[in-house]
Ligand binder design. Structure first.
Ligand code: BES
Ligand code: MN
Ligand code: ZN
Length: 503
């Protein structure tokens, strides 16, 4: 896993006189007090004026070796207008600070603004944003070239090992940051899992990774084909049958609540590679299907985060792990499978496989745990990207209260959701002549049809489906992520749990 710099918090009055320092400047103010404190000669203030630096949100101004101070680098970071500085705003500001400090071995940031000092929540969010931005996935890049010399791009790598954040209440910030750090670990794990190529990470290897959560106190069970067959999971196993790599269902449990509260449950699609099967995908872009386990990665990352911060909630995480491959034994279009629920499914397109995996995973989850609610995450359809682009995940739900809480958590964390419809008109589209349902509908509304299919496996339990095909991977770089795998869903669901389900 990526090793981020360590973070320390210190008093404002201990602001550094040497090295690299970043100072905030809000759009509403003339240069903050801290600037004049560290800049008695007014050099920085002059530089800001000359560069017409107005403190716009995320804007930066870099001054190297300014006269009259001993600092090597004195950077200004625009903090925008006050209304932008909510928690996700502070995270984004932290992310924007990363390029300013990454090359120094140690650096400092002074969190002070003319209109008041940011509180500990802001300080922790700032730190989290910076650390999330620092993530990179480079384990497969050689450090040396064939001649044994350091590769050129080693030079460009970050050097930062320690960052000190100066703020009003360092001890409160440190406390708030402990939780943020737990969440960071969960996001990094999810990103690692998504970024890992499919030759290295198949269902078995993924299950092994999940098993490691036992070190944090999570109970982890791994079901292999034999047990799934006994349970009647014909839908999930049908997808897996074209791959020699086997299928796994992983059940993770974190019991952090004292009472015997009903658990809440998260279910993830874990297709470790999706060729499409016999309904094969075109070659162009198929490599992206190594990330078709983004839902399972988010659930695993979430369990990691909850256990690391010892969340006071009873939480179940279930992931269905399969490879959708092709060989002589692969499922064919027209095959009819029987799911664990007893409902039969005519598989008209073997590339609509995620819903088949989730059908059994959701049914199993509901049947065994009777959870207070279930939220599933899946890179389920290309259609959700057509509908929403890559800046919102699709939210489908049979429960307005749960949907509202999720949408709210999305606003707060910046992992945004947009609610999509469900309804009997859409459900009709998956009626089949030959079985209880088919796994595809017509040409239109593909993301809704997929959601409708899932709903047939959740009974009356409050449930939400998040279609994260556009947001879990390959989404545009942001202030807090430049890696292909985003870890989308970990922060969102951690927030949902924290705000509503912890005593
Ligand atoms: N894993 C894909 C969806 C996907 C596409 C995720 C692109 C991320 C990026 C899913 O299994 C799939 O193939 N869906 C089909 C469904 C269709 C056959 C009804 C799709 O979206 O084309
Ligand atoms: Mn597919
Ligand atoms: Zn898929």
């Amino acid at each position: 896993m990526h090793k981020p710099p360590s973070i320390a918090f210190a008093k404002l009055s201990a602001a550094p006189k040497k090295g690299t320092a970043v100072i905030l400047l809000g759009e509403e103010a003339s240069p903050a007090a801290s600037v004049s404190l560290l800049d008695p000669s007014g050099t920085i203030a002059r530089a800001a004026a000359a560069a017409k630096f107005k403190g716009g949100f995320g804007a930066t101004l870099d001054v190297w070796a300014p006269d009259a101070t001993e600092l090597d680098r004195f950077a200004l970071l625009g903090a925008g207008k006050p209304d932008k500085r909510d928690e996700s705003g502070w995270m984004r500001l932290g992310g924007s600070a990363w390029p300013l400090v990454r090359k120094a071995e140690t650096a400092a940031v002074v969190l002070e603004l003319a209109d008041g000092e940011p509180d500990e929540v802001a300080a922790a969010a700032f730190a989290l944003g910076l650390l999330l931005r620092s993530y990179s996935f480079d384990k497969y890049k050689s450090k040396k070239d064939v001649k044994g010399k350091a590769r050129e791009d080693e030079d460009g790598k970050p050097k930062l090992s320690k960052l000190t954040i100066h703020c009003a209440d360092p001890s409160a910030a440190k406390k708030a940051f402990a939780d943020a750090e737990a969440v960071m670990g969960g996001v990094f794990l999810a990103r690692d899992l998504v970024n890992e190529p499919a030759n290295a990470l198949g269902p078995v290897e993924f299950a092994d990774k999940a098993k490691e959560l036992e070190e944090l106190g999570v109970t982890v069970e791994v079901l292999a084909e034999k047990e799934m067959k006994k349970l009647g999971m014909g839908a999930l196993l049908g997808v897996a049958q074209g791959s020699p790599r086997g299928a796994r269902l992983v059940v993770m449990q974190w019991n952090g609540a004292k009472g015997k509260d009903k658990p809440i449950a998260f279910v993830g699609k874990g297709v470790t590679f999706d060729t499409g099967g016999n309904s094969m995908k075109p070659a162009s872009g198929m490599e992206d299907m190594k990330g078709d386990m983004g839902g399972a990665a988010a659930v695993t990352g979430l369990m990691h985060a909850l256990a690391s911060r010892k969340a006071k909630a009873n939480v179940v995480g279930i992931i269905g792990l399969v490879e959708n491959a092709v060989d002589g034994n692969a499922q064919r279009p027209g095959d009819i499978v029987t799911s664990m629920s007893g409902q039969t499914i005519e598989v008209l397109n073997t590339d609509a496989e995620g819903r088949l995996v989730l059908a059994d995973a959701l049914w199993y989850c509901n049947d065994r745990f009777e959870p207070a609610f279930m939220v599933n995450l899946a890179t389920l359809t290309g259609a959700i990207m057509v509908a929403l682009g890559q800046h919102h995940a699709g939210l489908f739900s049979n429960d307005d209260d749960l949907a509202g809480k999720l949408a709210q958590a999305g606003m707060v964390t910046g992992e945004k959701l947009w609610r999509m419809p469900l309804g009997p008109e859409y459900d009709k589209l998956i009626e089949s002549k030959n079985a209880d349902m088919k796994n595809i509908g017509g040409r239109y509304g593909g993301a809704i049809i997929a959601a409708q299919f899932l709903q047939r496996f959740v009974k009356e339990t409050p449930w939400a489906h998040l279609d994260i095909a556009g947001t879990a991977m390959g989404s545009p770089a942001s202030d807090t992520n430049t890696s292909w795998g985003s870890g989308f869903g970990v922060r969102l669901l951690d927030r949902l749990v924290r705000d509503h389900y912890e005593a």
